[in-house]
Design a protein around this ligand. Structure first.
Ligand code: FES
Length: 41
C-alpha cells in the first residue's frame, strides 16, 4: 500500500477495525476494487 493510503475493512474480519488488516484474503472475500477519488469536485 502506498504511503498516505488507508484501507477500510469491508469484509468484517479485520482485527483492527475499521481498518483492513489483510485478513480478507483468508476469508475469500471478493470485492477488493479500490474506490476512485474524484479530484474535480
Ligand atoms: S477487507 Fe476486511 S480485512 Fe481487508
Amino acid at each position: 500500500m502506498k504511503n498516505g493510503t488507508i484501507a477500510l475493512c469491508r469484509c468484517g474480519g479485520s482485527t483492527t477495525k475499521p481498518f483492513c488488516d489483510g485478513r480478507h484474503s483468508e476469508r475469500g472475500f471478493q470485492g477488493a476494487e479500490r474506490a476512485v477519488r474524484d479530484a474535480d469536485t
